[in-house]
Design a protein around this ligand. Structure first.
Ligand code: ACM
Length: 709
């Protein structure tokens, strides 16, 4: 299996909840005070749910009421792309508010929503595209101004997030926003090789990206498990290397256009010289071993690797890159370069002779030779090369950009060597970490020793969605809403770092993303219904809220032991569950608030008691569902464990609320039961154990010997 980078412990620190500051920590101190004051004052107070937070925001007084008269006009430059973006934004606003206003912008006319743009922006959006905008809402109307169409798109995304209501009508709070991204490269990588994702999934992913201001769609199109882009020059690449699931060139162009319309660049990745089994099924002459070759169905690192010693390999790649360069206009082309194990190079006598003749002692040197020749081919076709951090060798041309997946230090090293770089280490969504973990990973962390020039080379970062365990049904819940937390890290000022406030806004953003077509919330229920074979799944929802998928390492080990492949159905309990379900953070905040003053009756105590009662009550009902669903029953004994955890919670509540001491040994036995629930069951893990431990640990025990059990 692929052992992808673990998170450097440097990034793992906890954050404390602060109710007063949660509202506006992201803002300047003045604005924060104003927000808190207004929050108590008026139904029209600004309620900040923006995600990502803008670089500067001043909440004004008053509001702008949205009515059927709402209309948009452009008073400076406008073109088809801008008009379409405005119309899309206006349609979403109409949908959000139920108002039937005109959604098409007019040119030059006065309107309640005035959009002033200097020009369209770059013909091919580059990493330097100007995405800044300013947005002002007053009682009189809305003014959005930007240098480019893309800046307007970013401002429209913010405007949609500003909509509030007073219980009867929708309005925009008075605000003045000046916004500019912290990083220029804010990407999402989607692996469509291990599992193919239909065009509809790609499009809704791009819609979600636009909503949270991500600007690079890194499309991982080729790998051992499938070659997913049609080549007309080399038709066997897909005919024999794709299981019939691939994107035609027309579809790829459609995606490029769809992304451009949303201010998103498309960077294709053709992973080589390793991860290339699918190329060799149709074109074994590329290979370093005799074959025969087949599309891999398992996961991990495989031996097939291109032969870098033959000129015919480069003639092939020259034609292929030329063909792809015409489909993907972005300045960058990703050549992968990761995880070449060098096995076939070591076993091939001709390749070994080549290495000796060129004074190469390691396969890494041979790969560096390959990279240099490939870089010239890319340059010939007008492309800048980007590769995973394995491509970083001392003689790599400085123009090559490094995408770091193995650790932050590789990125820093690349910057010191003069390379641009983007960070993905710490942003692997398939690792199933909570949003808070990703949120605390920074492309330029506090304490970075890079100088100003080197820091300038850190272009940004990319969330990575590897495709071992994602199909069209489950992929949304693996990307969203956690990618929105990464989007904020990459767009917003570094000082925007309050985890609790991020979760408060992420819950709202997740609903907005669903309204845009993502399915991360609804799919869980749909999958649970399918698993249960019942429409009524309330008890199952109670259990599901407390569970999440195990991390990538645990699932990978299981997959290897049980021969899980690309053909294995993703229809198990783990596939239904969402990583970092909203309940996880809510429960932890509730326990934290309760433990601040546990004595007596409090709203927190009542809520916790109700929850624990529910955990106990659902056990027989979930077990009854399991009795009729072998797939669901894989998660046994989770219902009994949840009931036991509920019992522990109830006892802790009783001791804490009354101030009574528990018998000696009580804590140890409860903690042992909680520890026992830690073990994965059907690849699920409980997301409530740490707060429960805090409750148990807060209980006083009477001195004396533990009672005999
Ligand atoms: C990678 O995770 N092998 C880039």
């Amino acid at each position: 299996m692929i052992l992808r980078a673990q998170f450097p412990s440097l990034f793992l620190h906890s954050s404390r909840f602060n109710v007063v500051l949660a509202c506006m920590l992201a803002m300047a101190p003045m604005a924060a005070r104003r927000c808190v004051a207004q929050a108590n004052a008026s139904p029209y107070a600004f309620h900040n749910t923006l995600m990502p937070q803008p670089s500067s925001l001043e909440a004004g007084s008053g509001h702008f009421m949205l009515t059927a008269d709402f209309a948009a006009a452009t008073d400076k430059s406008h073109d088809e792309r801008l008009d379409e973006a405005i119309e899309r934004g206006m349609k979403r606003l109409a949908f959000e508010t139920g108002l039937q206003f005109s959604t098409q912008p007019t040119a030059g006319a006065a309107a309640q929503f005035l959009i002033s743009v200097d020009g369209p922006g770059e013909a091919v959006q580059s990493v330097d595209e100007n995405e800044s905008y300013s947005l002002t809402v007053t009682e009189q109307g809305v003014h959005l101004s930007a240098a480019t169409d893309v800046g307007v798109m970013r401002g429209l995304a913010t405007l949609e997030q500003l909509v509030q209501n007073d219980g009867e009508r929708y309005f925009l709070p008075a605000v003045s926003i000046q916004d500019t991204p912290r990083f220029r490269w804010r990407g999402l990588m989607l692996d469509c090789s291990r599992h193919f994702e239909p065009i509809s999934v790609i499009k809704r992913t791009l819609d979600g990206m636009e909503a949270v201001k991500l600007n690079v769609f890194h499309w991982h199109l080729t790998d051992d498990q499938g070659f997913r882009i049609q080549s007309k020059v080399f038709p066997l690449l897909t005919q024999l290397g794709s299981n019939g699931q691939f994107y035609t060139q027309e579809q790829a162009k459609e995606i490029v256009a769809y992304a451009r319309a949303r201010g998103i660049r498309v960077v294709p990745e053709f992973d080589m010289p390793g991860h290339t089994s699918s190329w060799m099924v149709g074109y074994p002459e590329l290979a370093s071993a005799a074959g025969p070759f087949h599309i891999q169905t398992g996961f991990g690192v495989f031996d097939p690797v291109m032969d870098p010693t033959r000129e015919s390999t480069y003639r092939f790649l020259d034609k292929f890159v030329g063909e792809m360069a015409a489909i993907f206009p972005d300045q960058y082309m990703h050549i992968g370069g990761d995880e070449n194990n060098g096995v076939e190079w070591k076993q091939n006598a001709q390749i070994q002779a080549f290495m000796r003749a060129h004074d190469m002692t390691t396969t890494a040197e041979l790969q560096a030779y390959f990279n240099q020749k490939l870089e010239k081919i890319l340059e010939k076709h007008g492309k800048r090369m980007i590769g995973w951090d394995e491509v970083l060798t001392p003689n790599l041309p400085a123009s090559v950009t490094i995408q770091s997946w193995r650790g932050y230090e590789a990125l820093a090293q690349a910057a010191r060597q003069g390379h641009d770089g983007i960070l993905s280490s710490g942003y692997y969504l398939d690792h199933m970490m909570p949003a808070s973990t990703y949120y605390q990973v920074d492309p330029i962390p506090a304490g970075s020793t890079l100088d100003a020039t080197e820091r300038g080379r850190i272009l940004g970062g990319e969330a990575c969605m590897w495709g071992e365990y994602v199909d069209a049904e489950v992929v949304d819940s693996r990307i969203w809403p956690r990618a929105a937390a990464i989007a904020e890290r990459l767009w917003s000022p570094q000082s925007v770092d309050n985890v609790d406030d991020m979760y408060r806004r992420l819950r709202v953003e997740s609903l907005r993303l669903e309204a845009l077509g993502m399915t991360q919330i609804s799919q869980e229920d749909a999958s649970l219904r399918t698993l249960a074979g019942r429409q009524e799944i309330a008890p199952l929802q109670v259990l599901a809220a407390t569970l999440e998928p195990v991390d990538f390492g645990v699932r990978g080990a299981y997959s290897e032991a049980h021969h899980v492949t690309t053909q294995s159905p993703l229809d198990h309990v783990i596939d239904a569950l969402r990583p970092d379900p909203p309940f996880r953070h809510r429960f932890s905040m509730l326990v934290e608030a309760y433990l601040k003053s546990p004595r007596g009756r409090s709203p927190q105590e009542a809520k916790l008691r109700a929850l624990f009662e529910q955990w106990i009550a659902v056990e027989p009902r979930v077990e009854e569902l399991m009795a009729h669903s072998p797939l669901l029953a894989e998660a046994n004994p989770r219902p009994a464990q949840l009931a036991e955890l509920g019992g522990i919670g109830m006892e802790a509540l009783t001791y804490l609320s009354t101030g009574q001491a528990a018998p000696a040994g009580w804590r140890a036995s409860q903690l042992a039961a909680i520890d026992a629930a830690e073990a994965p069951v059907a690849l699920t893990r409980f997301d409530v154990l740490d707060p429960l431990r805090s409750m148990v640990n807060a209980v006083e025990e009477s001195p004396g010997a533990p009672p005999v059990q």
